[in-house]
Design a protein around this ligand. Structure first.
Ligand code: PLP
Length: 410
């Protein structure tokens, strides 16, 4: 059953806004999605009626807050297809989740000469943590290129993944190309040599059903704010047997078993990785976001995103002087990066903003990909279930108008 974006929009107060005198078209969902009333109200309700610190008190409010917080852990586990809620660690976002893996797992396991394999299209959150580690530990980061159709070159991946590979780390859906990586196949290649697979799920988890078991992932990182949740709540899922072997990430309250003046022992998972007071209200907001997305249905969301991107590709392809990035096909989600000949993408974004249309412009935290595709920067429209074909028509009209406007100065 398809979804009706016109009905769902009613849940998003911000979508009633005008920008520069025009109804807002919000096409910057890959950076951060908007929040439905249900999420905002869940957080307000928590603060109005239940707030206290979690895991600490015998008093009623603390017990209620703890139950709400831990309930979200169970929800996120189910959302990701994970059997054990203790395998979900709350983080601020994907970036923190990936840094947790780098800091805790990689620092305790990797040795000089070991290799981490990534692709040419990674977000910086999946590069810089490994660079920091490489400088400290003498491990090498090896990159795999893209095929001309902008999909990862799996033949090259197969060649590069070898006996020194300890980790393959890559995106599930690219934040620039919109393409979905064949994660199950990549997992096979990694596991064949005994390496682990870390999946950057920042863009996939909000838009398509995820089953970490079926994917064969060992780690999976998500950001709540890209999936209708608030900022400040994300998660790392990891195989519990791997997590149990990992040393703590941050030290402090909540993550300990016993503390002496000169030493400490640490709690079991998941608490071992959640030092200090967590973002309780934000996690509760994330739980409401998971409920909200599941009510719509992730299959329906993905189908809608795909229909929008197919329509946008078709309409923008018809315009001269517009370069579109990413492949066409069923393995393509609702992200569309583009350039207009002779106009800097920042100018494109400014011109679109004049029409009330929010897109992002820049390198999208993917500088190696920009180099690979010979682009300094790109404009990017990214869709969600509350976007409509009519909004894409407005984008296309605005792109055509911007092209004409700038042509006058050429
Ligand atoms: N990975 C990908 C593919 C992303 O698109 C993003 C954010 O845009 C991130 C990681 C980082 O997400 P966050 O800033 O929420 O940590």
């Amino acid at each position: 059953m398809g979804l009706d974006p016109h009905v769902l929009r009613g849940d998003f107060p911000i979508l009633r806004r005008e920008v520069n005198g025009k109804p807002l078209v919000y096409f910057d969902n890959a950076a951060s999605s908007q929040k439905p009333r249900q999420v905002i109200e869940a957080m307000t309700e928590y603060y109005f009626n239940h707030h206290a610190n979690v895991h600490r008190g015998a008093h009623t409010l603390s017990v209620e807050a703890t139950e709400m917080y831990e309930g979200v852990r169970r929800k996120v586990a189910r959302f990701l297809g994970a059997a054990d809620p203790a395998s979900v660690i709350f983080t601020r976002n994907t970036t923190e989740a990936m840094n947790l893996v780098a800091h805790s797992w990689a620092r305790s396991v990797l040795e000089p000469g070991d290799e981490i394999v990534v692709t040419a299209a990674e977000h910086h959150a999946n590069l810089v943590p490994w660079h920091l580690l490489a400088a400290e530990r003498g491990v090498a980061v090896r990159g795999v290129g893209l095929r001309p159709d902008h999909r990862v070159d799996l033949d090259e991946l197969e060649e590069v993944v070898g006996e020194r590979t300890r980790l393959v780390s890559t995106w599930h859906m690219s934040n620039v190309l919109g393409v979905i990586n064949p994660i199950a196949r990549i997992a096979e290649l990694a596991h064949r040599v005994g390496a682990l697979l870390l999946v950057d799920g920042a863009q996939a988890a909000p838009h398509l059903p995820v089953d970490v078991e079926a994917l064969g992932a060992d780690f999976y990182a998500i950001s709540g704010h890209k999936m209708c949740g608030p900022t400040g709540a994300g998660a790392l899922w990891a195989r519990p047997e791997i997590l149990r072997e990992m040393p703590p990430f941050l030290g402090g309250g909540e993550m300990i078993r016993k503390v002496f003046l000169d030493s400490s022992t640490y709690a079991d998972i998941p608490m071992r990785f959640e030092a200090g007071t967590p973002n309780i209200a934000e996690v509760i907001g994330l739980g409401a976001a998971v409920d909200y997305l599941e009510t719509i249905g992730l299959d329906a969301i993905f189908e809608h995103d795909q229909a929008l991107v197919r329509y946008a590709l078709e309409r923008l392809q018809a315009l001269q002087g517009v370069t579109l990035y990413g492949p066409e096909g069923d393995d393509r989600g609702g992200i569309l990066a583009f350039n207009i000949d002779g106009i800097h993408p920042h100018d494109v974004a400014t011109a679109l903003d004049q029409e009330g249309i929010a897109v992002r412009a820049g390198h999208h935290c993917a500088q190696p990909l920009m180099r690979t595709l010979n682009a300094q920067a790109m404009a990017r429209a990214s869709f969600y279930f509350y976007n409509t074909e009519g909004e894409i028509d407005r984008l296309v009209d605005a792109v055509a108008k911007a092209r004409e406007f700038f042509a006058a100065f050429a």
